[in-house]
Ligand binder design. Structure first.
Ligand SMILES: [Zn+2]
Length: 101
């Protein structure tokens, strides 16, 4: 399987039906040991900071695309193949993930 992020169809989502970032909880729980939807992400497009749960998630095929609710920038993309997951965070300045106390 080629890298799905080189396939521009994976970024084709525009306005339309979307879910909030909680739709990422299940797919990302395979990758992260903590609930990532509560993590604070900072958008590279507009600098808005907020929980992943606030993102607008488009999908499911060929992968999930999460956009900033403020400016529409693609913040996160996740493609799940048969034996790998591709996680693209290039639209994220940083992720603050709360751990323990
Ligand atoms: Zn933004």
């Amino acid at each position: 399987m080629s890298d799905p992020f080189t396939d521009e169809t994976a970024v084709a989502y525009e306005d339309g039906v979307y879910e909030d970032g909680n739709a990422l909880a299940g797919p990302l729980s395979e990758i992260f040991a903590v609930d990532i939807t509560a993590a604070q992400g900072c958008c590279t497009g507009c600098g808005a900071t907020g929980p992943i749960a606030r993102l607008r998630v488009y999908g499911p095929a060929p992968g999930l695309v999460a956009r900033c609710p403020e400016c529409g920038q693609v913040v996160l993309r996740l493609v799940r193949g048969p034996d790998s997951a591709w996680l693209d965070l290039r639209g994220t300045v940083s992720l603050r993930i709360r751990l323990g106390e």
